[in-house]
Design a protein around this ligand. Structure first.
Ligand SMILES: NC(=O)c1ccc[n+]([C@@H]2O[C@H](COP(=O)([O-])OP(=O)(O)OC[C@H]3O[C@@H](n4cnc5c(N)ncnc54)[C@H](OP(=O)(O)O)[C@@H]3O)[C@@H](O)[C@H]2O)c1
Length: 229
């Protein structure tokens, strides 16, 4: 499941060093609920470097509810890197890691660049650097018992997952901001998406939360019944 918040003009951040908050409190609570229903959460290495999120559940009630179901109170945390340039002190490796050591997926070359300090706080998983990278990553997570993975960006990750036709759901929040900075990150980069520019994604629903709208779609070009949408 892909989750993103975008400005009205299609940007997911601005050019300032501080993280741009696009959602409102009601929507952050919705995201927290969806996180609580998930088994793992994934972000790209650049989002780790820029935003340094903890990737934890905000609500103690939801943490307790997960514990009552026999689940870890927080989700398994996952990131991906080719460069190996991830600070072992990043907050995702130290806050609320009840689900076990976070996972860092990388390529075989990337594995050579990862030092012992990152290996101490995370499990490093090396995959072939080919077009099956993302399928292999999802298969590996599935083998670890992850049924629902929440992918929270950024641009490169969302682009890769959509181009590989691997997302069952897209939760796209439209926030009433105009960023207006050409160099700011967008939801996705140019790519060859399945079906091209004429294919319409399957619509699930739209809900309004205060001043934001949450649009939910089924992005896969082939539905689970095996028919083209
Ligand atoms: N509004 C929102 O909902 C939202 C959510 C999340 C993030 N964001 C924003 O998105 C921006 C970051 O987006 P981004 O596109 O620059 O970065 P990103 O998608 O967070 O991370 C990209 C990085 O992931 C690694 N990677 C990607 N594909 C890989 C592969 N196949 N194998 C191994 N590693 C791979 C690489 O890391 P290395 O460079 O280490 O090799 C790559 O540079 C930030 O401004 C952040 O604030 C916004």
């Amino acid at each position: 499941m892909l989750s993103v918040a975008s400005s009205l003009d299609g940007y997911i951040d601005d050019m300032t060093p501080d993280r741009l908050l696009l959602s409102n409190d009601a929507d952050f609570d919705r995201v927290d609920r969806v996180r609580a229903e998930s088994d793992a959460i994934l972000i790209g290495a650049e989002t780790v470097r820029r935003d340094n999120p903890r990737l934890m559940l905000r609500s103690e009630e939801r943490q307790k509810a997960r514990a009552a179901q026999g689940k870890p109170t927080n989700l398994l945390k996952v990131t991906v890197t080719r460069s190996g340039n991830i600070d072992p002190a990043a907050r995702m490796f130290h806050h609320h890691v009840e689900a076990g050591r976070p996972l860092v997926y990388t390529t075989v070359d990337g594995g050579k660049k990862i030092g012992d300090d990152l290996r101490e706080v995370a499990e490093i998983v090396e995959l072939a650097d080919d077009e099956l990278f993302w399928e292999s990553l999802l298969d590996d997570l599935g083998n670890r018992g992850v049924g629902q993975l929440m992918i929270e960006g950024g641009t490169h990750i969302h682009t890769a997952i959509l181009a590989a036709d691997l997302a069952d759901e897209l939760h796209y929040v439209v926030a009433p901001l105009l960023v207006g900075q050409a160099g700011a990150p967008r939801f996705v980069n140019p790519a060859s998406f399945p079906g091209g520019s004429r294919r319409r994604l399957g619509f699930i629903d739209a809900i309004t939360l205060g001043d934001v709208v949450v649009l939910r779609y089924r992005p896969k070009s082939v539905s689970s019944e095996g028919t083209d949408q």
